[in-house]
Design a protein around this ligand. Structure first.
Ligand SMILES: Cc1cc2nc3c(=O)[nH]c(=O)nc-3n(C[C@H](O)[C@H](O)[C@H](O)COP(=O)(O)O)c2cc1C
Length: 212
């Protein structure tokens, strides 16, 4: 390889020929019954809608494990978006198993300066969802990541309802309500899915921008 190529390879966001490379956004989530999976799909679609971004999805299994090769793929991402239902006022244990296992990249601060964001879904209107987002935030800060919130105003007038963007009103992360008797086909509802989509798009747009 020539000296010129060696120099070009050092430019962030460019390959060895100087061509812009795609920003890599990853979504890592758990879903016990499919509701948070639906929210995750909206986040994915939002991120994938951004020019210059490619998205990979990592679903945590019922045993709290990742597919083979996932840790290596996570290391190559520019942004990691965390998602879990809120169970008993925090993330599901399967997500926590993943978080504890991420102590391995933590040792070398391998995820430092990667962008981070989070989303959660639960049955109650409040349901202590913020605690789950706060957990994602704390995890991201242990890893030295850069947190991105929704950047959305709440839809909080009398006229607003579940079909409006950010009716569940998260600013630190995307929140969703799936009423306890609703199937994943019924919930999260349109406003929460659009909120999730917008968070995905915001993270991806920022990843593309900061990639240079
Ligand atoms: C073990 C367990 C604990 C739960 N704890 C809460 C809670 O703290 N707050 C809440 O609003 N809903 C709670 N729920 C309801 C779930 O958050 C809700 O059913 C959610 O849609 C499940 O998402 P999933 O289908 O992706 O698993 C709990 C459900 C389970 C099974």
């Amino acid at each position: 390889m020539s000296a010129a190529h060696t120099q070009r390879a050092a430019i962030p966001g460019r390959d060895e020929t100087g061509t812009k490379t795609m920003a890599k956004v990853g979504l890592i989530y758990f879903s016990g019954y499919g509701h948070t999976a639906k929210q995750a799909e909206a986040v994915r679609a939002g991120a994938a809608s951004v020019d210059g971004a490619e998205v990979s999805v990592f679903e945590i299994s019922k045993d709290g494990d990742l597919a083979d090769g996932a840790w290596e793929q996570l290391a190559g991402l520019d942004a990691i978006i965390y998602g879990s239902p809120t169970y008993m006022g925090g993330p599901a244990w399967q997500f926590k198993k993943f978080a504890d296992a991420s102590s391995k990249p933590w040792f070398t601060q391998a995820w430092k300066d990667k962008i981070a964001a989070g989303f959660t879904n639960s049955a109650s209107v409040n349901g202590d969802k913020f605690n789950t987002v706060l957990y994602f935030f704390t995890l991201s800060q242990q890893h030295g990541q850069i947190w991105i919130g929704t950047g959305l105003l709440p839809s909080n007038t009398k006229a607003h309802g579940p079909n409006d963007v950010n009716w569940t009103a998260g600013s630190a992360g995307a929140l969703a309500i799936s009423p306890s008797d609703a199937s994943p086909e019924e919930a999260p509802r349109a406003g929460d899915l659009e909120t999730a989509r917008l968070l995905g798009a915001r993270v991806a747009a920022y990843a593309v921008k900061t990639r240079g």
